[in-house]
Design a protein around this ligand. Structure first.
Ligand SMILES: C[S@@+](CC[C@H](N)C(=O)[O-])C[C@H]1O[C@@H](n2cnc3c(N)ncnc32)[C@H](O)[C@@H]1O
Ligand code: SF4
Length: 404
């Protein structure tokens, strides 16, 4: 077990007045009752007040940085002409802390906090401060049941490793996006020659995790299976299974979804494609590779086998998965990199107002009927039928509608 003498930070530390938390955090833990009305809803300056159900599979995405150290061929970041990258930057730390405070004060919670979108989160110069604030907010207010980070590990230095490792009661998962098992293929898939650096950084992380016996984060060695790397699947499994086993870290191999647990995971994931034709072809590559490896695919994968083009299903994004870009723009889906569904910005309006405003109410009412006539980006989306998607039931929509 992790000795306190080895801890570099305490994830269970109370939210005391200190430099790590903004003013709203302090206010949030010193009062206890709703005090005023704001935008028709109670504005609570007290401890968590549960106003809304936490929907199963819900997640909040926060883009800490939209810059990247790599240029993976399958990623929107590789498209330099994409308007999402016309301006680049890092999320303001106070914006992040204010968001955690706003969620806590309004009793808004998500199953998972996802600390990345289109960029490399470890490029954020103050990454440790945001990571630790997120975990403390989750622990103190129940704001998130789990915290998830994906990184390419190019900047996973010893300072970040020390800041990451902890023994909170909040589960945390760290995906290492690798996608290759040698330098040449890494360069082909990831666009930059960093294979040796990332392998060394991750091995150092594993060594340190094993040395101090830190419970979290759980490492996930991720390989996005595509026709450009599929034959490296067995070698990848062997490489990272051995890296864990040699350090005494339990490890398993899974496909499609990472199950609950604490052991390390070698994870094979389906490629998301821009067109339904490509998606169908890559779904077949994925299924065949997993069958050869004798790793089962979750039953939901069947939903992605036949990909249709017209979207009339009820998309969970409008209820379950708000996305905040590095500059504070809030939208409804990670596919909306052009921010066509943007509902506003945290730079001038709190999340608790934006996510429940009249525009979102109208959109949810339309989407609940499969009506995307005002939502052009959604009209041809096929994600609601693929593996990489969280669904929503009619009962969940009703529970939301009937909440205060
Ligand atoms: C956009 S990256 C940002 C975080 C970080 N830079 C990384 O690579 O992990 C977030 C996740 O999306 C995955 N990803 C990117 N493009 C994808 C695609 N076309 N299909 C499936 N996953 C993809 C990456 O492998 C990574 O796990
Ligand atoms: S490292 Fe992550 S953000 Fe960067 S290009 Fe690759 S998948 Fe995209």
């Amino acid at each position: 077990m992790w000795g306190t003498a080895l801890a570099s930070w305490d994830p269970e530390a109370p939210l005391h007045p200190n430099a790590e938390f903004g003013l709203q955090f302090l206010v949030a833990v010193t009062c206890s009752q709703p005090t005023i009305q704001c935008d028709g809803r109670p504005q609570c300056y007290g401890k968590s007040v549960s106003l809304l159900p936490r929907l199963p599979g819900s997640y909040l995405v926060m883009e800490l940085a939209n810059r990247c150290s790599l240029a993976c061929v399958h990623c929107a970041v590789a498209d330099e002409s994409h308007p999402h990258f016309d301006a680049t930057g890092y999320m303001d730390v106070e914006m992040a802390e204010d968001l955690f405070s706003d969620l806590a004060a309004h009793g808004i919670s998500f199953d998972t906090l996802i600390l990345f979108w289109l960029g490399e989160p470890l490029l954020h110069p103050e990454f440790p401060r945001i990571w630790q604030a997120a975990i403390r907010s989750a622990g103190a207010h129940g704001t998130f049941a789990k915290v998830e980070l994906h990184s390419n590990a190019t900047h996973l230095n010893s300072r970040f490793t020390a800041a990451l490792l902890n023994e909170s009661h909040i589960p945390q998962v760290l995906h290492f996006s690798l996608d290759a098992t040698d330098r040449d293929r890494y360069l082909d898939v990831k666009g930059v020659d960093r294979y040796d650096t990332v392998v060394s950084n991750i091995e150092n992380f594993l060594t340190e995790k094993a040395r101090i016996g830190a419970r979290w984060p759980r490492p996930v060695f991720q390989f996005i299976v595509g026709s450009n790397n599929v034959e490296q699947v067995p070698a990848f499994q062997q490489q990272w299974t051995e890296a864990c086993a040699s350090r005494g870290l339990p490890v398993q191999t899974v496909a499609g979804h990472v199950p609950h647990g604490e052991d390390a995971v070698v994870f094979f994931r389906q490629l998301d494609c821009p067109t339904k034709e490509e998606q169908s072809a890559e779904n077949a590559v994925f299924r065949s590779a997993m069958t050869k490896l004798d790793v089962s695919i979750p039953p939901e994968a069947v939903n992605g086998e036949v990909v249709a083009g017209d979207n009339h299903s009820v998309c969970a994004g409008f209820w379950k998965s708000p996305v905040v870009s590095w500059d504070g723009a809030v939208t409804t889906c990670t596919r909306d990199s052009h921010l066509l569904n943007q509902v506003g910005s945290l730079s001038d309006t709190p999340f608790s107002t934006l996510w429940f405003n009249e525009s979102m109410r109208r959109r949810r009412a339309a989407v609940a009927k499969g009506d995307y006539s005002d939502l052009s980006v959604c009209q041809s989306c096929f994600i609601p039928r693929s593996l990489n998607y969280t669904g929503i039931t009619a009962e969940e929509v009703r529970s939301w509608d009937s909440s205060p």
